[in-house]
Design a protein around this ligand. Structure first.
Ligand code: CUA
Length: 180
C-alpha cells in the first residue's frame, strides 16, 4: 500500500476532554514563558548574560597573568595554585578537559567579576551545593558578577558531557570570612 493524501475534510477540531487537555497544555506553556523573564528579574542567581569575545589563547594568557599576580598558596593534593583576587576586581576560571583552573579563594560579602571561559570545547559550570548553572564555551568570556553570601568550600562540577574524563572534572571555590 502506498502513501496517499487523506480525503478532503479529514480534519476535525478536537473536542471534549482532548480540547480541555490541549487548552491546559497551552495555558501552562504561557505560564512558563512568563516565568522565565519573571525569575530573571526577581531571582537572585541569574546572570544577565554579560559576555565578550575572546580567543582561547588570549583567555589562557589572562588566566596565567591572574594566577601569577594573585597566587596565595598551593593546594597540597592537586598542586593547583590557590588564587585570591582583589575584592571588587576580576577573577578568572578556566575550563579545559577535564579541569577547572585555578582554585579561587573569595571573601564573603565582597563582589567579584568572575570571568569564565573554555580552552577547548563546551563545558558546564555548576556550583554545588547551590543551584547555579552556566554554559562555558570557547570564544566567549562569560562574566558573572557575584557576591558570596556564605563562607565554605564549594565544588564546581562540569554539567555538559565533555568526553571520557567528564565525571572527574571538578574544581574548588573557597569562601572565607573577613577581609584579605
Ligand atoms: Cu567538562 Cu564535562
Amino acid at each position: 500500500m502506498s502513501i496517499h493524501c487523506p480525503a478532503p475534510g479529514w480534519f476535525r477540531a478536537p473536542g471534549g476532554a482532548e480540547r480541555t487537555w490541549v487548552g491546559l497544555a497551552l495555558g501552562w506553556c504561557v505560564v512558563l514563558t512568563i516565568m522565565m523573564p519573571f525569575w530573571h528579574l526577581r531571582g537572585k542567581q541569574n546572570s544577565s548574560g554579560e559576555a565578550y569575545a575572546v580567543t582561547p589563547a588570549k583567555f589562557a594568557e589572562r588566566v596565567s597573568k591572574f594566577v601569577e599576580t594573585n597566587e596565595v598558596a598551593k593546594d597540597e593534593d592537586s598542586g593547583y595554585p590557590i588564587v585570591e583576587p582583589t575584592p571588587g576586581g576580576d577573577a578568572y576560571l578556566q575550563a579545559q578537559m577535564w579541569t577547572w583552573y585555578p582554585i579561587l579563594k573569595l571573601r564573603k560579602g565582597e563582589t567579584y567579576r568572575l570571568h569564565i571561559s573554555s580552552l577547548d570545547l563546551q563545558h558546564g559550570f555548576s556550583l554545588l551545593p547551590l543551584n547555579m548553572n552556566f554554559q562555558v564555551l570557547p570564544g566567549y568570556d562569560h562574566v558573572l558578577t557575584l557576591t558570596p553570601t556564605l563562607a565554605g568550600e564549594y565544588r564546581v562540577i562540569c554539567n555538559e558531557f565533555c568526553g571520557i574524563g567528564h565525571h572527574t572534572m571538578t574544581g574548588v571555590i573557597l569562601v572565607e570570612e573577613g577581609s584579605p
